[in-house]
Design a protein around this ligand. Structure first.
Ligand SMILES: [Zn+2]
Ligand SMILES: [Zn+2]
Length: 339
């Protein structure tokens, strides 16, 4: 079969590799769409220590069941599924307390074992979720992305979030914007420096899309919140300067959530302000099975627009797509590779 093989920093190629076989508890899927994640781009640039070449990446995908291991129950040939790609242990303290996204023993398809930038992929059957008929293959490959955005809000007090500021209008920022609107935030701000992304934020009903090339984002948010700031800020870039900015957006008692994986950041924060103003700063990593199931329901129910964000492209153009996403981020927001 053909697979997009990660061979080293900025080095990928389409290669012929053997088709995967299903272990007793696994199914083999014929991949129908696999989206490129920001973390895959990170890997492509050699910045993800977890991705060791040679590796077939790809953890956001949909496919049709074409082979079934002897121990698998509940699946039939031809079932259309999407996959929660995180294998957790189910036994550690974090798993037992519902925080499986930080299970220390977790393994991820497309990082720790071959992923879906290929014609076929083998996956443990218990990670498969059947796709409703009306959810398309490409749309379905966005369910994983949305799970991350839902996890941001999971530990916040939903009813009390009236205002949100989001740093970065990439996939996660734009999904967080839609989730914030869905849970009733009346003011949602987003910042970026790519005009096409800011325009898409406007399409999704942002209160103000702030172009950081021409405006001071903190001043702009303060002006629109009567100098108070926002309840919740989401940092979806991952640099020290934008992490500091996310904290500066907060009103007294507000909460900043760091999500961006960007560069290694050694962020300096105003410790006294954190104490005096009772600020909360926390990280959000991946998602739980509950976030994943909710994501499937929201996309299935048409509550979140993922279609406008993702462009299907042929798997054979995979190398070109990785280069485009890394070098010209204004052209595409999200790409789904279709074998
Ligand atoms: Zn991802
Ligand atoms: Zn665990």
């Amino acid at each position: 079969m053909r697979a997009l093989m990660y061979l080293g920093t900025r080095n990928m190629a389409i290669q012929a590799v053997p088709e995967p076989q299903a272990a007793p508890d696994e199914v083999v899927l014929k991949v129908s769409a696999a989206s490129i994640c920001g973390s895959d781009l990170h890997g492509f640039l050699g910045k993800s220590k977890k991705r060791v070449p040679p590796l077939i990446m790809g953890h956001e995908f949909t496919g049709d069941v074409v082979a079934i291991g002897p121990e698998v129950e509940g699946f039939a040939i031809g079932d259309r599924v999407t996959i929660n790609p995180i294998l957790t242990c189910g036994r550690c303290e974090e798993c037992q307390r519902g925080r499986s996204s930080i299970c220390p023993a977790r393994k991820v398809i497309g990082i720790d074992r071959p992923g879906a930038f290929a014609e076929y992929v083998a996956v443990p059957a218990h990670l498969c979720f059947k796709l409703p008929d009306h959810v398309g293959d490409v749309e379905g490959s966005m369910i994983e992305s949305l799970s991350n955005a839902l996890h941001i809000f999971d530990r916040s007090l939903h009813g009390l979030i009236k205002s949100v500021a989001i740093v970065g209008a990439g996939t996660q920022g734009l999904l967080a914007l839609q989730v914030a609107r869905l849970i009733g935030a009346t003011q949602v701000f987003i910042t970026d420096l790519v005009p096409s992304r800011l325009r898409m934020a406007e399409q999704f009903g942002v209160t103000a899309a702030i172009d950081v090339r021409s405006a001071d984002p903190v001043a702009a948010v303060m002006e629109r919140t009567n100098g108070r700031g926002v309840d919740l800020s989401v940092e979806a870039v991952g640099h020290a300067s934008t992490q500091r900015q996310a904290v500066s957006f907060l009103k007294q008692g507000g909460e900043a959530v760091f999500l961006g994986l960007g560069a290694e950041s050694n962020v300096e924060l105003d410790g006294l302000a954190i104490v005096n103003r009772e600020l909360t700063i926390r990280g959000s990593y991946a998602y739980t099975n509950l976030d994943f199931a909710r994501s499937l329901d929201l996309i299935g129910g048409g509550k979140i627009d993922v279609k406008s964000m993702v462009a299907p492209k042929a798997l054979d153009r995979g190398v070109e797509m990785f280069e485009t996403l890394v070098d010209r981020p204004g052209e595409l927001i999200k790409v789904a590779l279709v074998p």
